[in-house]
Design a protein around this ligand. Structure first.
Ligand SMILES: [Zn+2]
Length: 113
């Protein structure tokens, strides 16, 4: 493979990644935050895996559309603030049982101190 062919192939890959992430951004805007309905800025919207055991990777790092769609099916769209609230346990409906157990364990550890 010539240097030029490799160069063209790398450009195609970069463009594919860019296009996938543009679609990711518009899907986040269309979905909006499931908790507070925020939908102004795609960068402030995140995919939350309702079951972290099913998480294969971070959707923002996915380079191809089929993989992105597969990953997003396991997620709900939430804004950064609501995502932090989910992680803090303020929205238990978005945490799976295992995370709730972890949370209870952490709380029981703090209560001992
Ligand atoms: Zn929100």
């Amino acid at each position: 493979m010539s240097a030029y062919t490799r160069y063209k192939a790398s450009l195609r890959k970069k463009e594919q990644t860019h296009q996938t992430q543009r679609i990711n951004a518009s899907m986040k805007i269309n979905a909006g935050c499931k908790i507070c309905s925020y939908s102004k800025c795609a960068d402030a919207l995140q995919w939350h895996h309702t079951n972290p055991d099913n998480k294969s990777c971070d959707p923002t790092k996915i380079k191809t559309l089929p993989r992105l769609l597969r990953e997003i099916k396991k997620c709900v769209c939430v804004c950064a603030n609501c995502h932090a609230e989910i992680k803090a346990g303020l929205h238990p409906e978005y945490l799976n049982e295992e995370e709730e157990v972890k949370k209870e364990l952490q709380q029981s550890l703090f209560e001992k101190d």
